[in-house]
Design a protein around this ligand. Structure first.
Ligand SMILES: Nc1ncnc2c1ncn2[C@@H]1O[C@H](COP(=O)(O)OP(=O)(O)OP(=O)(O)O)[C@@H](O)[C@H]1O
Length: 605
C-alpha cells in the first residue's frame, strides 16, 4: 500500500487525493456522510467472507453449532444488502458533490477568462481552453465522484481487516499480503515510468482538441482554399502521434503490468499451498487456515480496487496541474481608484506595448478631447487595432500611461471602463441566441421596446422583421444566416443600446453591396453623434473632416494632423491617399459602384 501513497517519481497520490477533496470542501458535511457510508460499505463488503470464515471455523469445531452456522449465513446476507445500500448512498452523494464542484470550477474558470488580459486568450487556442473547460474538468469530476467510495473500499476496509488478521495469525497474514505488496510496488514503478507519457498524452490530447476546433471553425476557409488534404494531413499527424505514444506505452507496460497482476492475485495460491503445509504440520489451526482462505478471497478484490483508485488519482495529478496553470494565469491588476469617469477624453502619454519580445507600439502620445474624433490610419500591421484595444485595457501598456477623463486607466474600475466604451468591430461575434438577446448584449435588462428602437437607429429593424421569427429568430453559433452587413448593424444596435460616451470604431473594410454599406454608414453617423470617437479608418475619404489623423507605421506615429495638412505634407498619408484615389477613379471610369463617403465621422464633429 505504501507504493500507492508516494511513488518514487514524486507523484504523490495522497496529496492529489487531498487536493481533490479540497476542491469539494464547500460541501464537507455531505462529503463526511459519503466517507462514512463508503467506509461502512467497504466493511460490509467483507461480510460474506467473514461469514464463510465463521461457518468454516464452526464447521471444524469438535461440536458443530448449526444455529450459529445459520446465523452466520444470515449475517453474511444482511451484510451484502447493507454494503450495496451504503455504497449506493456514498456514490450518490459523491456524484452530487462532484457535479456541483464541476459546475463551480467551470464557472470560476469562465470568470477567470474575463479577468485575464485578452492577449492570453489570443495566444492560447480556443480548442485548448475548451479542452480544459469541458473535457478535462469532466475527467476531474470522475475523479472526485469516485474518490471517496473507492478510497474507502480500497484502503480503509483492507487496513482494518489486516489488523484483525494479524491479531489472529501474523504468519498467515504475511503469506496473504506479501505478494500483493510486491505487486503494488511494481505498480508504483509503472506509474513512475508513466509520469512523462501521461503528461505527453494530455498535451497531445489538448492539441487534438485544437486541431478539431480549427477544422470545425475554419472548414469554410479550408475548403475555399482547397486545403482539405493539407488540413487532414495536419490532423492526421496529431492523431498518428497519439497512436504512436499509446502504442509505445502499451509495449512498455504490458510485461510489468501482467507481472503485477499475477502478483496481486497470487496470494490465494501462496496462502493455499504454504498454509496447507503449515496446517498439515500442525503449525496452524485448520479452522483458522480455512477462515484465512475465505477472507483472502475477498481481500483480493479490495486490493484490485487500490489499483483502480491509484490509476485514477495518477491521471488527476496531471489534470490538476493543467487546471492550476489556467487558474494561476496573472490577471489584469485590479483598479484602485474611483469607479467614475468624469469626462470622455482620452490621452496617451508615451505609450509602448509589446507582444512577447516584439514591440508593436512605440512611444505613442495623443490627446483626444471629449466629443472629438480621432482617426488611426496606416498600413496593415502598423498597430491601429492594438491602440484601440489598449484603450479598452485588453492589455496593459509596457510603458507610458493611458488616461480617460484624466484618470490612469489602471485606476479605473474595469466595469466602469467598459460601461463608458462601446466597440464596433469588423469581426462581429454573434452568440447562439435570439436576435433580441444578441442586441441586448449592449445593455443587460433592456426592454423589447429599447431593443427595437436601437435596431431602428442601426437600420437593422427592417431586415430583422423580415427574418422567420423576427427578433426571436435564433442565430447560429457564429451568427450563421446573417450577411456581413447585417452583422455589422446588429453590432451597431448593441452600441446604440449601450449608449457609452466613447466609441471605438473599426471601419468595415469591404461590403460587396453599396446599399448595405450606405445603411451602415448612416447608422454609424447616428451612433457617433455627440460621442468621443476613435476610428480605425481604412478608406481615407471617410475621415476627411475628423479632428486629427494619426498615421502609424510599424507602431510609431509617423505623421499627424488634419486631412488637408497631411495631404500638403506629401508624406505617407498623401501617398496612401493618392493610391486610394487612383482606385476610386478607376472604379468610376469602369462604372463600378462608387464607394460612398462616410457621413458618420462628419456627423461626429
Ligand atoms: N495576439 C498577437 N500576438 C502577437 N502579435 C500580434 C498579436 N496581434 C497583433 N500582433 C502584431 O502586432 C502588430 C500590430 O497589429 P495590429 O492588429 O494592431 O495592426 P493593424 O494596424 O490594426 O493591422 P490591420 O490594419 O491589418 O488590422 C502586427 O505586426 C501584428 O502582427
Amino acid at each position: 500500500m505504501a507504493a500507492t501513497g508516494t511513488d518514487e517519481a514524486g507523484v504523490k497520490l495522497w496529496p492529489v487525493a487531498g487536493r481533490l477533496i479540497g476542491l469539494m470542501r464547500r460541501r464537507r458535511g455531505l462529503l463526511a456522510l459519503s466517507v462514512v457510508s463508503g467506509t461502512l460499505a467497504a466493511l460490509f463488503s467483507l461480510s460474506p467472507y467473514l461469514a464463510t470464515a465463521a461457518v468454516l471455523m464452526a464447521f471444524f469445531a469438535p461440536q458443530v453449532d448449526w444455529g450459529f452456522v445459520a446465523l452466520a449465513g444470515l449475517a453474511g446476507l444482511a451484510g451484502v444488502v447493507a454494503e450495496k445500500a451504503l455504497f449506493g448512498l456514498s456514490t450518490y452523494l459523491s456524484h452530487r458533490i462532484a457535479f456541483a464542484t464541476q459546475r463551480e470550477l467551470r464557472f470560476e474558470l469562465a470568470q477567470k477568462l474575463a479577468r485575464v488580459p485578452l492577449g492570453f486568450t489570443d495566444a492560447r487556442s480556443k480548442g485548448e481552453i475548451r479542452n480544459t473547460l469541458v473535457d478535462e474538468i469532466e475527467v476531474l469530476e470522475d475523479g472526485m465522484a469516485h474518490l471517496v467510495p473507492e478510497v474507502s473500499a480500497a484502503v480503509i476496509a483492507p487496513l482494518l481487516t489486516l489488523g484483525l488478521m494479524l491479531a489472529i495469525d501474523w504468519r498467515l497474514s504475511l503469506l496473504m499480503i506479501a505478494p500483493m505488496l510486491v505487486g503494488l510496488w511494481m505498480m508504483g514503478r509503472m506509474m513512475k515510468d508513466a509520469e512523462g507519457p501521461t503528461r505527453d498524452y494530455l498535451e497531445i490530447q489538448s492539441r487534438m482538441a485544437t486541431v478539431a476546433a480549427e477544422m470545425a471553425d475554419g472548414i469554410a476557409t479550408v475548403r475555399a482554399f482547397n486545403q482539405d488534404a493539407q488540413a487532414s494531413r495536419r490532423a492526421g499527424a496529431v492523431f498518428a502521434e497519439m497512436r504512436q505514444m499509446s502504442d509505445a506505452w502499451l509495449d512498455r507496460a504490458i510485461i510489468p503490468g501482467t507481472a503485477a497482476q499475477v502478483l496481486l492475485t497470487s496470494h490465494l495460491m501462496l496462502l493455499g499451498s504454504v498454509g496447507l503445509v503449515m496446517a498439515a504440520a500442525g503449525w496452524v489451526d485448520l479452522a483458522v487456515f480455512a477462515a484465512f482462505l475465505a477472507v483472502a478471497y475477498g481481500f483480493g478484490d479490495l486490493f484490485a480496487a487500490i489499483q483502480g483508485i491509484s490509476h485514477r488519482l495518477f491521471r488527476q495529478h496531471e489534470l490538476l496541474e493543467r487546471l492550476d496553470a489556467l487558474r494561476n494565469v496573472a490577471e489584469l491588476p485590479p483598479a484602485t481608484g474611483t469607479p467614475m469617469i468624469a469626462k470622455a477624453a482620452i490621452r496617451f502619454d508615451h505609450v509602448s506595448f509589446s507582444y512577447g519580445p516584439r514591440e508593436v507600439i512605440s512611444d505613442i502620445s495623443f490627446d483626444l478631447p471629449a466629443g472629438r474624433c480621432l482617426a488611426l490610419v496606416g498600413p496593415s500591421g502598423s498597430g491601429k487595432s492594438t491602440v484601440a484595444r489598449l484603450i479598452g485595457r485588453f492589455q496593459d501598456p509596457a510603458a507610458g500611461t493611458i488616461r480617460i477623463g484624466g484618470q490612469d486607466l489602471c485606476a479605473i474600475d474595469p466595469e466602469a471602463l467598459h460601461r463608458h466604451l462601446a466597440y464596433v468591430f469588423q469581426d462581429v461575434f454573434l452568440f447562439s441566441g435570439t436576435v433580441a438577446e444578441n442586441i441586448a448584449l449592449g445593455r443587460v435588462g433592456a426592454t423589447q421596446a429599447e431593443i427595437e428602437a436601437a435596431a431602428r437607429v442601426a437600420r437593422a429593424h427592417d431586415f430583422i422583421t423580415a427574418l422567420p421569427q423576427g427578433y426571436d429568430t435564433v442565430l447560429g453559433e457564429r451568427g450563421f444566416g446573417l450577411s456581413g452587413g447585417e452583422r455589422q448593424r446588429i453590432s451597431i444596435a448593441r452600441a446604440i443600446l449601450k449608449d457609452a460616451p466613447i466609441l471605438i470604431l473599426d471601419e468595415a473594410t469591404a461590403f460587396a453591396d453599396p446599399e448595405n454599406e450606405a445603411l451602415i454608414q448612416d447608422a454609424v453617423a447616428d451612433l457617433a453623434r455627440g460621442r468621443t470617437v476613435v476610428v480605425i479608418a481604412h478608406r481615407l475619404h471617410t475621415i476627411v473632416h475628423v479632428d486629427e489623423i494619426l498615421v502609424l507605421e510599424t507602431g510609431r506615429i509617423v505623421e499627424r494632423g488634419s486631412h488637408a495638412a497631411l495631404l500638403a505634407a506629401g508624406g505617407l498619408f498623401a501617398r496612401m491617399w493618392q493610391a486610394q484615389e487612383a482606385t476610386r477613379s478607376f472604379r468610376h471610369a469602369t462604372g463600378a459602384p462608387p464607394i460612398p463617403a462616410n457621413p458618420a465621422l462628419e456627423a461626429a464633429q
